[in-house]
Write a protein that binds this ligand. Structure first.
Ligand SMILES: [Zn+2]
Ligand SMILES: [Zn+2]
Length: 421
């Protein structure tokens, strides 16, 4: 058994020891360069305070209006729950559920479960359903999109700046703070919490019998390194219960099927209108690209560029990058493998940002809701666009970057020390 807990790189499966490092430093994988773990400068109590603060700000952000918009004596007070309620009642239930989960329910679940887990670790006694809770947290965190929502609020505000009297509410400032807090808290993943529990001596550590030929793999949810009877075998993780495979199953068919579905949804997402703007005098339909051109026309070239990147460039890049990763699987060599790892990291990083325009649409609909005078109504492309984002995110999750490194590993296998970076 190793002196320090064993961990495996999620990108290339190389084994390392999780050695204690100075606060603020990052351990990177010796083979692929992926960040294995970070050592926080904040102690456990600090994290608890941060989550409690984020929960309070979350309540303020959702209770108070983000913005008040007035046209000729009439006013709307737009808040996120109000926007979701309105979207639902306008008959766009799929859109309301999708945006509601990503902007409200998942961030809230994330905060509550992180708090619950941190308090349990602090008390030095883990509840029976600790593993259950962290598995849920692990799934929810990918889909928690408050920073994207914040950018959506800004874009919606700029679009209205010339049309109506806009007054900022307390909600918007709370969202700014919440964006920063949640960006910081995005580091508090389920794996990190398992590491905390491991360091506190509350959960089992990895123990590998090197004399056994059984293949070594690691749980993608909790990080525990363990052995399987053979490469095809799958069983629940011994620590957290998540399904454990040597490599993600049916990678080729799953990723291609999801990519194909995403390309199909990409067509209506761009061809159909994403929203309708109805005024007493006119009724116009707007596509995503049309919205970019409009923003440019208002003189906000910077926001036009952001929306263009988020809505057109990012989904396209994700789809093409995943296809390249799938097509060139036979290319070997450590340098190419490292580049492929960087490419996959990029796909994971940009994953949720293309949800931007979908948020913009529901926010605009909530801000400009004067039936008979001026009204924004979501169009069918909003749901298609959300589907593209969801499908590409699932495709990225079904891709296993470790499979590309497997051939490489035969040459130089073994456990190596984590290097600091
Ligand atoms: Zn690696
Ligand atoms: Zn596990």
């Amino acid at each position: 058994m190793a002196a320090h807990p064993l961990i495996a790189c999620q990108h290339c499966a190389t084994l390392h020891e999780r050695v204690p490092l100075a606060p603020g430093s990052v351990a990177t994988c010796v083979r692929c360069g992926y960040a294995l773990y970070r050592v926080s400068t904040i102690a456990l109590n600090g994290w608890i305070a941060l989550v409690l603060g984020a929960l309070m700000i979350f309540a303020i952000a959702n209770y108070f209006p983000i913005v008040t918009l007035s046209i000729g004596g009439l006013a709307t007070h737009a808040s996120l729950p109000g926007a979701l309620y309105l979207t639902w009642h306008q008959g766009h239930q799929t859109l309301a559920v999708m945006t509601g989960l990503f902007s409200f329910w998942f961030p809230l679940t994330q905060l509550l479960f992180v708090l619950w887990a941190l308090l349990a670790i602090r008390k030095q006694r883990l509840p029976d359903d600790f593993a259950h809770g962290l598995r849920l947290l692990n799934h929810v965190m990918h889909w928690s999109m408050v920073p994207v929502l914040m950018l959506g609020i800004l874009v919606a505000l700029v679009k209205f700046a010339g049309m109506a009297k806009v007054q900022l509410g307390p909600g918007i400032w709370a969202f700014v703070v919440l964006t920063f807090l949640l960006t910081g808290l995005s580091r508090m993943t389920a794996r990190r919490l398992w590491d905390f529990a491991e360091d506190a001596g509350l959960v089992r550590q990895a123990s590998i019998d090197a004399s056994q030929p059984a293949p070594v793999t690691s749980c993608l949810a909790c990080g525990l390194v363990q052995q399987l009877p053979d490469h095809e075998h799958s069983e629940p993780c011994r620590r957290c219960g998540e399904r454990l495979h040597y490599r993600k199953p049916d990678q080729t068919s799953r990723v291609w099927a999801l990519l194909l579905a995403a390309w199909i949804a990409y067509i209506p997402a761009n061809v159909l209108p994403v929203m309708r703007i109805r005024t007493a005098a006119s009724d116009s339909e707007h596509t995503i690209l049309g919205g970019v051109i409009e923003l440019w026309g208002y003189g906000s070239w910077d926001l036009a560029l952001i929306v263009f990147i988020a809505s057109i460039v990012v989904p396209m890049t994700k789809l093409l990058a995943l296809m390249v990763l799938m097509l060139r699987r036979r290319w070997r060599g450590p340098i190419i493998q490292r580049q492929r790892t960087r490419m996959y990291e990029l796909v994971e990083f940009i994953g949720q940002w293309s949800m931007l325009d979908v948020f913009v649409v529901i926010l605009m609909a909530a801000m400009l809701d004067f039936p008979g005078i001026s009204q924004v109504i979501p169009g069918p492309a909003a749901v298609s666009f959300g589907m593209v984002v969801i499908l590409t995110m699932f495709a990225a999750m079904s891709y296993d970057p470790r499979s590309g490194w497997d051939k490489q590993r035969e040459e130089d296998d073994g456990s190596e020390q984590a290097s600091t970076g």
